[in-house]
Design a protein around this ligand. Structure first.
Ligand SMILES: C[S@@+](CC[C@H](N)C(=O)[O-])C[C@H]1O[C@@H](n2cnc3c(N)ncnc32)[C@H](O)[C@@H]1O
Length: 190
């Protein structure tokens, strides 16, 4: 059960999301319903390495940490330096926070001596990101997921739905009304 994280949102999170709307793509953190929908197909029992893209204020990060096993690593890549700095205050030795673009997954995995990852969970606003950078991100996600690994991405439109197909053998589309705004979730299997 996702605890009600909305009670813990700070006004500063919303202000930062609005101020940086061109890179955040939203004005409010994801709802517990969207987070549940996004993480529904993650096998937390067997996962040993999860990568998170665009953690922002950490509302998805905290739920992943709550559900994952003691010997799983969570590697979170956030472009915004202030959000990245604040994520470092989460007191959990399984969490590795990087102030970096999502396209640099391989460089970070090399630093940590990790070959492949089990799941990639993404809140990136793909529709606002440059097309070439989206292609670079999807390429590196596809290359670094293990066989059968999942890429889970939410979006407020279907603008990038077609981009997923070349990189994954199965792409399923989910939807939840219980978020502001309502959101699609792509469940992609390598
Ligand atoms: C919609 S917010 C998501 C915040 C939170 N995970 C949630 O679901 O409410 C998207 C986040 O992606 C980050 N972001 C945007 N482009 C990025 C990139 N190329 N690499 C890493 N993070 C990026 C933004 O700074 C922002 O914090």
């Amino acid at each position: 059960m996702v605890k009600d994280l909305t009670a813990r949102w700070q006004n500063s999170d919303t202000l930062r999301l609005i101020r940086n709307i061109r890179t955040t793509g939203t004005i409010t953190p994801s709802s517990p319903n969207l987070i549940n929908r996004l993480l529904k197909s993650v096998d937390f029992e067997s996962a040993r390495c999860i990568v998170e893209l665009g953690p922002g204020n950490g509302c998805v990060t905290e739920v992943i940490l709550e559900r994952m096993s003691p010997d799983c690593k969570l590697i979170s890549l956030e472009l915004d330096s202030e959000f990245a700095e604040r994520l470092r205050y989460i007191n959990d030795s399984r969490l590795y926070v990087y102030n970096a673009c999502a396209s640099s997954i391989r460089k970070i995995l090399d630093e940590l001596e990790i070959a492949t990852v089990d799941h990639v969970v993404s809140s990136l606003p793909l529709a606002l990101i440059d097309d070439q950078v989206v292609q670079d991100i999807l390429t590196t996600v596809g290359e670094n997921l293990c066989e059968g690994g999942r890429f889970l991405q939410y979006q407020y439109s279907l603008a990038n739905y077609g981009d997923m197909k070349p990189f994954f053998r199965d792409v399923k589309l989910r939807f939840t009304l219980r978020n502001m705004p309502p959101a699609f979730v792509y469940e992609c299997v390598k």
